[in-house]
Design a protein around this ligand. Structure first.
Ligand code: LMR
Length: 398
């Protein structure tokens, strides 16, 4: 027998929770686990710009033939402009290449495979805490993983000194460092502009290779604003990898659409890197699916749809911010034992609430409220209908 010895894998800490939630028969249950945007009615609607783009695609598409291994060139060009900025001198110097990938996770994996298989680096430094799947994606690609400090429990903010100190004293020149470009998952805590600048210089000085996970562009401060950290890095670091995801900012969760962009020091390096990215894609999934890429391409290249998209991203961002401050206010009204005002200083879909594993477990078992074990709340799932029972329950478990 071959499979007898196979051990059962543990449930995924985030997506496993969704399965548990679905099987919960309580009517009052609330899912604040997985990072999915919900409107105030608790739905995840298709963006209007996406529906309109799909109508155009349906009327004009002529073939279902394969895309190139790295995806459509127009898609790659638009992604690079979105991430690097239309006027970036990197674009003028033709130093960046983009490969389409299935979601941000696919992009991270293609990047990780490239790093490992081309002996670019053997080790990557990842923030502690981080998105649970980072460890698996980089670990399964065969990279060694180191952790750097990120979260300061005492201030519920960024442990900037600890972060710099770990990179300075533990990382070695030639290692890579994974950074969340904005809306850090799970903490929602981002470096400010001055801190990004300092980090960019430090990483260059230490000889580390920056690898950005950019899954929430537009959910922090704005579409361009959220690229500020990456753009600060590009001033001092000629080589950078960026994994983009369009799951959240286009609401294209199940289309699995993302991209890996690699910035190189010269055009010549960029061409050789790109040839190796092709191998990484071909060995993983051969070539990418077209639909999500066609949507993103159509929206970004059609002025009215682009404007509509920017409006819709702003609406999502504003709704989450509103829920964040409502959560803080409602907990305060209930005289919660803890001051939760730090939640207003966090960005993006998530809030690192500081709730303990035991408190998280009680929220689930006693109240049917599902949040990730680390205490991460998906603020994007809070609505004006579920916020009162949520706050009542939080106050009870504190
Ligand atoms: C999350 O962190 O909840 C999202 O990125 C969804 C996922 O795949 O984990």
């Amino acid at each position: 027998m071959f499979f007898e010895k196979i051990a059962a894998a543990p449930a995924d800490p985030i997506l496993g929770l969704t399965e548990e939630f679905k099987n919960d028969s309580r009517a009052e249950k609330i899912n604040l686990g997985v990072g999915i945007f919900k409107n105030n009615e608790g739905q995840t609607p298709i963006l209007k710009c996406v529906k309109k783009a799909e109508e155009i695609i349906l009327a004009t598409e002529k073939t279902k033939s394969y895309l190139p291994i790295v995806g459509a060139p127009e898609y790659g060009r638009l992604v690079r402009e979105l991430v690097l900025g239309k006027d970036s001198e990197i674009l003028a110097a033709d130093r960046a290449r983009t490969a389409q990938a299935p979601g941000g996770t696919g992009a991270l994996r293609v990047g990780a495979d490239f790093l490992k298989q081309q002996n670019v680096t053997a080790k990557i430094w990842i923030s502690d805490p981080t998105w649970a799947n980072h460890m698996q994606v980089f670990g399964k690609a065969g990279l060694e993983i180191g952790r750097y400090a990120y979260y300061d429990k005492a201030t519920q903010g960024l442990d900037f000194e600890g972060m710099k100190n770990d990179l300075r004293t533990k990382a070695k020149a030639g290692d890579a460092v994974l950074l969340h470009a904005c809306c850090h998952n799970p903490t929602g805590i981002d470096p400010d502009a001055a801190q990004w600048e300092e980090l960019a210089k430090l990483v260059a000085e230490l000889g580390l290779l920056p690898f950005f996970d950019f899954a929430y562009q537009g959910f922090g401060n704005g579409i361009d604003e959220d690229a500020a950290g990456i753009r600060a890095f590009l001033k001092y670091n000629p080589e950078v990898l960026i994994a983009s995801s369009f799951s959240k900012n286009f609401g294209l969760y199940n289309e699995r659409i993302g991209a890996i962009t690699v910035v190189s020091a010269t055009k010549d390096d960029a061409d050789r890197v790109f040839s190796q990215l092709k191998i990484a894609v071909r060995a993983n999934f051969s070539n990418p699916p077209v639909h999500g890429a066609s949507i993103v391409t159509t929206v970004l290249s059609t002025p009215e749809l682009r404007a509509l998209w920017e409006e819709e991203v702003k609406e999502m961002r504003d709704r989450i911010k509103e829920m964040r401050s409502l959560l803080v206010d409602k907990l305060k009204e209930r005289n919660a034992k803890v001051d939760f005002s730090f939640i207003n200083n966090q960005y993006g879909m998530f809030s690192f609430s500081g709730l303990s594993k035991e408190q998280v477990a009680r929220l689930k078992s006693e109240f049917g409220i599902y949040i990730v074990g680390s205490g991460r709340i998906s603020v994007a799932g809070i609505t004006t209908s579920n916020i009162d029972p949520l706050c009542d329950a939080i106050v009870k478990v504190l």
